[in-house]
Design a protein around this ligand. Structure first.
Ligand code: ADP
Length: 510
């Protein structure tokens, strides 16, 4: 059964939040990452941008995350709100305190769960033997914070496996507290089903759920498994995935990573809502990280950015030769295996250049190093993480390559669309929902999309992009401008998405 339309249709309809103060929703937002404080990937961006936009519409949002050893908060002051909470987790009595600050540029309260014994680690995710306890404590502490501060949430919005015990706790351990949780409904957002927080059934006692084992999946327990994400899927009042297509894919054996039968069971409360992009960071009209600014009606600045990009990469510049950009983690998920066969052939045969930024698995890094040595006038590769260069590649390239094997939502293709850099993508997840294939006759579409994840598919899509680019002059250039403009005009920012979340909230509060 497909996800319900209505909230998660993936169309470009604009958000329809309430006018300020109208029907204010109290929202508890729990996440293991919140930018800029703690971020390992897209989850951190979403957990910052979505609460900020909900707050701007007048809703009362409280964000909760762990106080890791390294929290990026220059110049911030933290106020102690609850000096001591004793969490009774069956075998473990865990002592935490709650400190508070605000999300930069707002007065939105962000609560940190302090528990040095669990969170003082070199990185956000420790892959440690007590990972189950670290994030069980996050769920317990978030709800305890509500009790101690008297915040009665209408919605408890939790994210990925690390906060996915909240829906179960609301039905069990915290259900007695009707004053605070009497009307609380829960929403679980799945950002990446690849991480499920699955442990041996023995952890139940250690995380204080021994006496509510009847509420967790019994077959799983009998197979000596307990899954945080699965438990969230079974108990949340609504589930969202970060794009409509990913929401549908998750319910299939091909993409469900073993959880598809459970997600199909909950199809009636499953929604797909695209992530948005942050216009203060990603707008070519105002971007301070690029050499020249530009907009859809005047792309001269983009041509200058291309010159600057090639100059900084040490490649010769010729206006008519298209530059293909890549900015990515170089990992299996992102589909670079296909590039190994396809890119050398295309570079040999066609006039095209490549600017690549990214680090990751050594086989991909070595491939791009080798490619830049084999085609020194066509390929530049930087094995780095650089915000500045990421922006410069988005602005200075003519096309953007993102052949992901699977992609829950994807941000880079959206940045490319905004920057007039038509993306070449595999038809999966959020890439399907954001990139429409160019149709030369109807003059519609925003990029190039290949269906079959194989070398022939990728080669076809790149060749097609190069063919539409054509000579890069005259009529060909005019056609390319239309393609660019179609993407640049799409409403991709968070303000267009936040209304869809509010519709989900309202649906379960009704
Ligand atoms: P994922 O979260 O799976 O890595 P997304 O496309 O959703 O993929 O988001 C990736 C984010 O990380 C984007 O903001 C992208 O610009 C950024 N990014 C990835 N690699 C680099 C890099 N080497 N340097 C700078 N930014 C990068």
């Amino acid at each position: 059964m497909p996800p319900k339309s209505g909230a998660g249709t993936g169309t470009w309809n604009s958000g329809r939040g309430p006018s300020k103060g109208a029907t204010r929703v109290n929202i508890l937002f729990v996440s293991s990452e919140v930018a800029p404080f703690a971020k390992a990937g897209g989850l951190g961006d979403v957990s910052s941008a979505l609460p900020r936009h909900l707050h701007a519409l007048g809703h009362d949002v409280r964000v909760v995350l762990p106080m890791y050893a390294r929290v990026h908060a220059p110049g911030r002051t933290f106020t102690e709100v609850v000096p001591e909470i004793v969490l009774d987790l069956g075998g473990n009595r865990v002592l935490v305190s709650i400190v508070r600050t605000e999300l930069p540029g707002t007065d939105l309260p962000v609560y940190f769960v302090r528990c040095p014994g669990l969170y003082d680690r070199p990185s956000i995710y420790g892959y440690a033997r007590d990972e189950h306890l670290r994030f069980a404590v996050l769920s317990f502490a978030a709800l305890a914070m509500c009790q101690h501060t008297g915040f009665a949430p209408d919605i408890a919005h939790v994210n990925d496996w690390q906060s996915a015990l909240v829906p179960l706790l609301l039905k069990t351990k915290f259900a007695w507290d009707q004053r605070i949780f009497g009307r609380t409904r829960s929403v679980l957002t799945i950002h990446n089903l690849g991480h499920q927080g699955t442990f041996g059934a023995g952890v139940l006692g250690a995380i204080g759920l021994g006496d509510v084992a009847g509420y967790v999946h019994q077959d799983e327990l009998r197979s000596d498994r307990f899954g945080f994400l699965l438990t969230g899927i079974l108990h949340a009042n609504a589930i969202t995935a970060v794009s409509p297509t990913y929401a549908r894919e998750l319910m299939t054996p091909a993409h469900g990573v073993g959880l598809d039968p459970f997600l199909r069971m909950r199809a009636d409360v499953m929604f797909g809502i695209l992530n948005g992009i942050d216009p203060t960071e990603w707008s070519p009209e105002t971007d301070a990280r690029i050499s020249h600014r530009y907009g859809v009606d005047d792309l001269e600045g983009k041509a200058r950015c291309k010159e600057a990009l090639l100059a900084s990469g040490g490649l010769p510049h010729k206006k008519e030769i298209p530059v293909v950009g890549i900015v990515s983690r170089l990992v299996w998920q992102k589909g670079f295996d296909l590039c190994m066969g396809v890119l050398p052939r295309i570079l040999r045969r066609r006039a095209v250049q490549l600017a690549v930024l990214g680090t990751g698995e050594s086989r991909y890094e070595e491939f791009f190093h080798a490619l830049s040595r084999a085609f020194p006038r066509q390929v530049v590769y930087r094995p780095a993480f650089s915000e500045n260069l990421a922006h410069q590649i988005e602005a200075g390239s003519d096309m953007f390559l993102m052949p992901s094997r699977y992609e829950p939502c994807g941000l880079n293709q959206m940045y490319s669309l905004r920057y007039g850099t038509p993306p070449i993508v595999h038809a999966t997840g959020g890439l399907v929902d954001t990139v429409r294939p160019w149709d030369g006759r109807a003059r519609r579409g925003t990029g190039f999309v290949f269906e079959h994840f194989d070398e022939a598919g990728l080669a076809w899509a790149i060749q097609r992009a190069l063919d539409v680019w054509g000579s890069g002059r005259g009529e060909d250039r005019a056609r390319w401008r239309e393609l660019q403009a179609n993407g640049m005009r799409l409403p991709l920012s968070w303000e267009h998405r936040v209304g869809e979340y509010l519709e989900v909230y309202r649906g379960i509060l009704a």
